[in-house]
Design a protein around this ligand. Structure first.
Ligand code: SF4
Length: 233
């Protein structure tokens, strides 16, 4: 079941009209992963990217690739607003607690990616993501394609992941506030999935999850189906 279809559609609308470049996945180009959290000092930093970074999980077919809307890392000269959105195709999102667990697992992967000279700081709740970009790494040819290849490689280590499209956006024409709104809603739906599965209330009119259940197709069915399976109804 695709709980995030409407968010994916909103995201596609944000990208409409932006000029993008696509790079098919090439594992051999994946940027070096340090394997630990690096600290990049200001004096070694060329600029900072500031925005949101989040996943949208889908069962619709995707191709492994990196897409860049706007300037690439080597073309940016000073601090810039940006977004990273990772579309992840999984086999199927089962109607069980496994769904929530899988989404959380996929979300945590980003905390285990440490591209050399690309220091990421992110928060899980708001999906804010800030990146410090090193002067040295830029000299050594770091690009979004190579960072994207590293992300794809890491996500594909999870056997449920079938394909990954990593999208970097730096075009100043982008509606970044809409991307922030999508990131927040994405988090709310993910948390609602967890709460719905554990909710012992079955009176929709008096339930605090009513608003999100009305909005996201499939949530209501999920709650009542799981309750029946667990004999709570
Ligand atoms: S279906 Fe949604 S709104 Fe209705 S009781 Fe369950 S969680 Fe609450």
């Amino acid at each position: 079941m695709d709980f995030f279809t409407s968010l994916t559609e909103r995201f596609i609308k944000v990208c409409d009209g932006l000029k993008g470049k696509s790079f098919p996945y090439n594992e051999s180009l994946a940027w070096n992963d340090l394997g630990y959290n690096q600290v990049l000092l200001q004096r070694y930093t060329k600029y900072e990217l500031d925005g949101v970074g989040f996943n949208l999980v889908t069962t619709s077919p995707l191709t492994d690739e990196t897409v860049v809307f706007g300037d690439d890392l080597g073309d940016i000269k000073s601090n810039r607003k940006f977004a990273r959105v990772t579309l992840i195709q999984v086999d199927d999102i089962a109607e069980t607690q496994d769904t929530y667990d899988l989404l959380k697992k996929l979300d945590f992967i980003k905390y285990h990616i440490s591209p050399e000279g690309y220091m990421m700081r992110s928060t899980s709740k708001t999906h804010k993501e800030a990146v410090r970009v090193s002067k040295e790494a830029l000299k050594n040819g770091m690009s979004f394609e190579k960072i994207g290849d590293l992300f794809i490689k890491k996500y594909k280590e999870n056997p449920t992941v079938k394909a990954v499209r990593v999208i970097f956006i730096t075009d100043p024409k982008t509606d970044f506030s809409e991307l922030e709104a999508i990131a927040v809603k994405n988090h709310e739906i993910t948390e609602a999935l967890n709460q719905v599965m554990n909710n012992v209330m079955f009176d929709c009119d008096n339930c605090n999850l009513k608003a999100i259940c009305d909005e996201v197709e499939g949530l209501k069915e999920l709650h009542f189906k799981s309750a029946k399976e667990n004999n709570s109804l």
